[in-house]
Design a protein around this ligand. Structure first.
Ligand code: AMP
Ligand code: ZN
Length: 327
């Protein structure tokens, strides 16, 4: 299966720095600073963790609703989890083998009164107090689809037509950055397909085309490219090369950041039988199930819209505002 490169020739490698951000009426040093100056993103003092304004949320909600509209014919099972995953499932998933640098674990104080006294003393002295903290039974969800595979496995073999699941979650990745698109907590909306290889590949191709159509409808310049996940370490390079060679991941890229290559705002993934090797996910024929997902980075798409159409909603194309539910 070959995905086509869309309008790549029209797409600049990077948005040049120090350009006027449309709609703001002034020249800003960076897109992030423009967003902060306009009170659209609210800094917290931690890179990649922001508050969001009402306007930003209206765009994000419109974006999420547009994805729902695009998937209406999927009759997907809607599942929502809090942004945590059981630690045991996370350990089984082998995430730590591939992405130890991105994982976020949840620790809590589990001591007695003496320990509490010591903790307060250390805080008072400005000393490290975190050795008092113990791991809890949850970790932060790294991708919206992670919590569903063990749940699906517990249900037994898939029906002959497989399953389509609709998930949405705040996700955590420990990748602090000054690029506004590289957040530590961000929202991911996904359609996940469980079935046989043919079903997953057809699903992925369909969503690649729908993703491109969505970007066109929103008048966002974009291109599709084969991609790899950021696997850790020297061994990770081999895994990443293999993922590219086998074309397991495609991304829809949109120019957003100053002086940087275009940003992946959607991804279309084929996991082959990874999750059915970890959990007992079987097709109706008793074969190992294959899985894949179409992921929409709701925050990145929101930022892409603000970048390409400007920080003033009033100046956006009317059709784009209408597509987002009349924001
Ligand atoms: P991935 O699982 O890496 O393919 O991520 C799925 C989608 O989530 C990407 O296409 C992005 O749109 C979004 N995403 C991934 N990492 C981040 C991040 N650090 N900040 C904001 N959005 C992200
Ligand atoms: Zn996924």
């Amino acid at each position: 299966m070959e995905a086509s490169l869309d309008n790549a020739s029209e797409l600049p490698d990077a948005v040049p720095p120090d350009t006027s951000v449309a709609g703001t009426g002034y020249t800003t040093p960076t897109f992030l600073q423009a967003l902060i100056d306009a009170d659209i993103l609210i800094p917290t003092g931690v890179d990649g963790i922001y508050g969001r304004s009402g306007v930003y949320e209206a765009i994000a909600e419109g974006m999420n609703a547009l994805v729902t509209q695009a998937g209406a014919d999927q009759h997907a099972e809607v599942l929502r989890f809090p942004p945590t995953t059981p630690r045991k499932d996370f350990e089984d998933s082998e995430y730590l083998k591939s992405f130890p640098h991105l994982a976020g674990t949840v620790h809590s104080f589990c001591g007695n009164e003496r320990d509490h006294f010591r903790l307060l003393e250390r805080l008072e002295e400005g000393e490290d107090w975190t050795d008092q903290q113990r791991p809890t039974r949850v970790v932060l969800t790294p991708a919206a689809c992670y919590p569903i595979y063990p749940v699906m496995a517990r249900r037994g073999p898939l029906p002959p037509e497989g399953r389509v699941v609709d998930v949405f979650s705040y996700c955590f990745r420990h990748e602090p950055s000054l690029e506004p698109t590289r957040m530590q907590m961000f929202r991911m909306r996904e359609y996940v397909r469980l079935g046989n290889a043919g079903q997953i590949l057809a699903f992925r191709q369909m969503w690649i085309e729908r993703g491109q159509a969505l970007a066109d409808q929103l008048e966002l310049r974009h291109m599709l490219d084969v991609a790899n996940d950021p696997f850790f370490g020297r061994g990770g390079k081999l895994v990443a090369d293999n993922q590219r060679d086998q074309k397991l991941k495609f991304e829809l890229l949109i120019p957003v950041n100053d002086g940087a290559p275009p940003t992946a705002c959607m991804s279309f993934n084929y996991h082959v039988d990874h999750f059915s090797t970890v959990w007992t996910l079987r097709t109706s024929d008793g074969e190992k199930a294959h899985t894949g997902c179409a992921a929409f980075g709701i925050d990145r798409l929101t930022l892409a819209l603000l970048r390409q159409h400007g920080l003033e909603l009033g100046q956006w194309p009317k059709t784009v505002r209408a597509a987002l539910g009349g924001i």
